[in-house]
Design a protein around this ligand. Sequence first.
Ligand code: NAD
Length: 281
Amino acid sequence: MAQLIDGKAVAARVRAEVQADVERFKAARGLVPGLAVVRVGEDPASKIYVTGKKKAAEEVGFRSWEHHLREDISQEALLVRVRQLNEDPSVHGILVQLPLPKHIDAERIISAVSPEKDVDGFHPVNAGLLSLGQPGLRPCTPLGAMRLLEEAGCAPAGKRAVVVGRSNIVGKPMALMLLQADATVTVCHRKSDLPREVAQADILVVAVGVPELIQGEWLKPGAVVIDVGMNRKPDGKLVGDVAFQAASQRASAITPVPGGVGPMTIAMLMRNTLIAASGGV
Ligand code: NAD
């Protein structure tokens, strides 16, 4: 049976570390880190995520604001709001909750956030810095996954890592972080031969959004598995992109869903906000 990688416990530890650092930061700088979250419209999942982020921000000692804007806000009006937050010295981190309504060009909004306040790490400048291997704000979910590997005692150097999914917010930055940690990295997508590629993986990270796509029997025995997927089944159960039961028979360590990567994303957002308030990485 695989070791369970307890993301909830690690995330609580990261948040406690940030809280202690915030205390020191306030004492040294006389400044309270501030996180502004922008939410557009009434997407129910976004509402839950934003509430969780705001609560975590308050618990670690930040100031936090939620800017809840109407679904029919124009792109120009949203850009104006983002620019106001860029100019506001009490705001150190800005997060625009995705997805945005269809009439808004999300890439333009993300690019409008000041790279120094881009605590999601999605701005093209931060994406470019990651790709160059230079310091910058990194996307929270892959950052959390890297921390979970560390906590599981899995050093990527020299290992074969397979990332399934190539989104800009998870798959691609995950692959780059593993590469920077000296893994030999393969990135898979819809056209890949998944059973063949997965069988090579010492480290497998899956971020696809298809319930239980990865079958346990495909895994290399002893693999370390990070399941980023979060899928709601018709019976209401939350499952990952990996068939957990069968996978935990072959893996040496695996994240559960829920309680794996999910809590880490928010914890890393707190860490990124403190970094932004401190003047960058
Ligand atoms: P996305 O839809 O932007 O990207 C999915 C990727 O998977 C794409 O690159 C696509 O090519 C690939 N893909 C789709 N179907 C495939 C298939 N059958 N075989 C191989 N590749 C396939 O999704 P995303 O934003 O990267 O999110 C992926 C999953 O991770 C979702 O379930 C999402 O809910 C979850 N997620 C979780 C967190 C967290 O904090 N735990 C954060 C972000 C995303």
